[in-house]
Design a protein around this ligand. Structure first.
Ligand code: BTN
Length: 272
């Protein structure tokens, strides 16, 4: 064990190294970004199932070029999985990751998390987790990086108010500190199950999408979806087999959106 490693890291390692997504765990007390570290390891020829965990990020990255503020108490994880050549739909990986995290929060903490497409996890209408999936070509072909930031035991004052949503600490919502060891053991188990569904092909993907729908209270609600300069309005109808959001437009047409930022009129903070 590395001197600077908290005890829980080795305990988690022993429990989850049988899973295909978490065969080898590297822990860093502080990094710029675990996704960046994962990228470096892929370029140095790391294997599928490599995980990077850190307790602080000094330059954490969010979706759409945003910063992911990463104070102590949070969990910052990147998972490297080689992309099977028969699969082409990266948004589905985000769906798998979101289901794995939501299930972990639900089962470990006995609360009701919600997923906001594509990859935000909310608790009590506040964002507690974000997911950033990336694809990179390395010496062994295409590899995916699933970066997950969870505001597990952070102090709420350390989280800045972000345009578009209110961030929160799970510890503050639950009212007590959460064991990293127990949380992460369940996290890797649930993520491994979700990834396995995804990798099984269409049948597994359908099961995964059904699980995703159970957490997505936004379905059926009026939404605005911002992608680039465009703003699309309609009803969030469903998620399709590729993981795209299906928006029913006022003119009756359906638009399938691959990437963007969803604004819900009622219970999420609006940005306009
Ligand atoms: C978002 O909601 O904008 C996505 C946030 C993703 C943050 C995680 S933290 C671990 C990994 N490393 C990063 O630099 N970003 C992701």
């Amino acid at each position: 064990m590395n001197q600077k490693e908290p005890e829980w890291v080795e305990n988690v390692r022993k429990k989850v190294n049988r899973f295909r997504i978490s065969k080898e765990i590297f822990y860093y007390p502080e990094v710029t970004s675990t996704n960046k570290k994962a990228r470096e390891l892929i370029l140095q020829d790391t294997t599928s199932g490599t995980v990077i965990i850190s307790s602080i990020q000094t330059a954490g990255r969010g979706r759409l070029g945003r910063e992911w503020v990463s104070p102590p108490g949070g969990i910052y994880v990147s998972i490297v999985v080689f992309f099977p050549p028969h699969l082409t739909d990266l948004p589905l990986l985000t769906v798998a990751a979101a289901v794995g995290v939501a299930r972990t929060i639900e089962k470990v903490l006995d609360v009701n998390p919600e997923i906001k497409w594509p990859n935000d996890i909310f608790l009590n209408k506040k964002k507690v987790c974000g997911i950033l999936c990336e694809l990179i070509s390395g010496p062994r072909g295409w590899a995916t990086i699933t970066g997950i930031g969870i505001n597990l035991n952070v102090e709420e004052d350390d989280l800045p108010s972000i345009e578009g949503y209110e961030p929160a600490s799970i510890k503050s919502i639950i009212g007590k500190s959460i064991s990293e060891e127990n949380f992460l053991e369940n996290f890797f188990k649930n993520l491994n199950e979700a990834y396995s569904s995804f990798l099984r092909g269409p049948k597994g993907t359908e099961k995964l999408l059904d699980q995703w729908r159970q957490y997505a209270k936004m379905l059926g609600q009026k939404v605005k979806v911002q992608f680039g300069e465009e703003l699309l309005e309609g009803i969030a109808k469903d998620v399709d087999e590729k993981g795209y959001l299906v928006v029913l437009r006022p003119n009756g047409e359906e638009t399938h959106v691959m990437a963007g930022h969803v604004i819900l009129p009622d219970w999420y903070k609006q940005i306009d």
